[in-house]
Ligand binder design. Structure first.
Ligand code: NIG
Ligand code: FE
Length: 405
């Protein structure tokens, strides 16, 4: 029976890849009704006749997916690190480069030297590349300032960029990304500063939506991360963690104990990490771009994540060092070829589970009544094509908050 609905716009004539419950859950020849930027009805077009809309778009074929979610990026930074890319190809390791004062710290120098406007405009072209491929939700981390003023500058740049682009942007404070040169001999001092001065200020000015850290031998120990997370949670921040990227330190389990939204990277995660993440609903964010660029050989324990039903998200990790990625679709392809994801798992990783990794699964990441009207029309026959084409740019129409971009 047809239901009487009034709305602003209807988008119809394509197969809807709803990604409800993390599966394609396809609605053939569907229609989506939108009012005030939200989905108010979705179903087969044949059942939508009683919908009254001011605007009606008939795509005449193709598929519609949820807007893509890139839940882990470091898009705001100064300079680039193509010279280190060359060094690594000559056999110098990521850890050796970091120990020589390069790596993250070389981006810190360039980021401290950049003005707020320069940070926004250099991030803008990279964000535009991701958005052109259907990204409508984007997380961006600080972490290349590593002093109070520069971390604040980065977070302000993220908030400013968010006002300029048609995407829902979440800002994450990653002040514990690397040991600042000034705290080389007493990294605990930087954790103290973050806890006592930086985070309270970030909270007061609403500059971040979550707090992240890098738990690794060349960054912060589990004990330091634990101290940081305790402060962050006391201030009301959800937490996430760069964990088990280069070695196994129990970071996944540590993050889970703090009910982290996600633990990210995870190549070296152990079964105990996976089990703890399953118990606490912590999403595994996998980053095949960094795996590829570092020519890592240790695969993340994908089968364990499947067995324990830990949702797996995928993200670009766009950053100047380990993943200068400008294409989330390329990341989808890498997840399938390198990590043996199925195309359906890959798409779930940049829709529903990407949203979950940001605490946004109630409102984003799938085509369902009540969720934001962020979706993408692709003139493709089936969703696997999104993963299959290697590079290049696929034509698409992006609808953000019910408006065609
Ligand atoms: O997610 N693992 C640490 N952080 C980044 C790398 C940052 C950099 O090298 O600049 C990552 O891979
Ligand atoms: Fe990262």
């Amino acid at each position: 029976m047809a239901i009487e609905i009034r709305c602003d716009s209807v988008w119809a004539g394509a197969d809807l890849v709803t990604m409800r419950d993390g599966h394609y859950n396809l609605i053939e020849d569907g229609a989506i009704a939108v009012r005030q930027g939200k989905i108010v009805w979705i179903g087969p077009r044949a059942e939508s006749i009683a919908i009254q809309a001011d605007e009606y778009t008939d795509f005449g074929g193709g598929i519609i997916t949820p807007g893509l979610v890139d839940c882990h990026t470091h898009l705001v930074f100064g300079g680039d690190r193509s010279h280190e890319f060359e060094q690594r190809l000559k056999g110098v390791s990521y850890a050796e480069i970091a120990a020589q004062g390069g790596g993250i710290i070389s981006t810190v120098r360039a980021t401290r030297a950049a003005s707020l406007d320069q940070l926004v405009s250099s991030a803008r072209w990279r964000a535009d590349r991701l958005l052109a491929e259907g990204v409508t939700t984007l997380e961006i981390k600080s972490g290349y300032g590593l002093d109070e003023d520069s971390e604040i500058k980065m977070l302000q740049a993220i908030r400013l960029l968010a006002q300029q682009i048609p995407a829902d942007v979440r800002a994450t404070c990653l002040a514990a990304h690397a040991i600042p040169p000034e705290f080389k001999h007493h990294p605990d001092g930087w954790i103290d500063t973050i806890c006592t001065t930086l985070l309270p200020k970030v909270k007061a000015e609403n500059l971040a939506d979550a707090v992240d850290a890098f738990c690794e031998h060349l960054a912060f120990s589990p004990a330091q991360v634990e101290r940081l997370f305790t402060c962050a949670q006391a201030l009301g921040f959800p937490v996430k963690l760069h964990a088990e990227q280069l070695s196994s330190l129990g970071g996944g389990a540590l993050a889970a104990r703090f009910n982290a939204l996600s633990a990210d990277h995870l190549e070296y995660a152990a079964e105990s990490d996976v089990q703890a993440m399953a118990e606490h609903g912590t999403v595994a964010v996998l980053l095949p771009g960094a795996f590829y660029l570092l020519r890592e050989t240790q695969l993340p324990p994908i089968d364990l994540f499947r067995r324990y039903n830990v949702p797996m998200a995928l993200a670009s990790d766009a950053n100047p060092g380990t993943s200068p990625a400008l294409s989330l679709r390329l990341i989808l392809n890498m997840a399938c070829t390198l990590f043996r994801f199925t195309p359906e798992e890959a798409l779930a990783g940049v829709t529903l589970y990407g949203a979950k990794a940001l605490g946004l699964a109630q409102s984003h990441g799938s085509l369902e009544t009540g969720k934001v009207a962020n979706f993408v029309h692709w003139p493709l026959a089936r969703p696997a094509e999104l993963v299959y084409w290697l590079g290049g740019q696929l034509p698409c129409d992006v609808i953000y908050r019910g408006e065609k971009q």
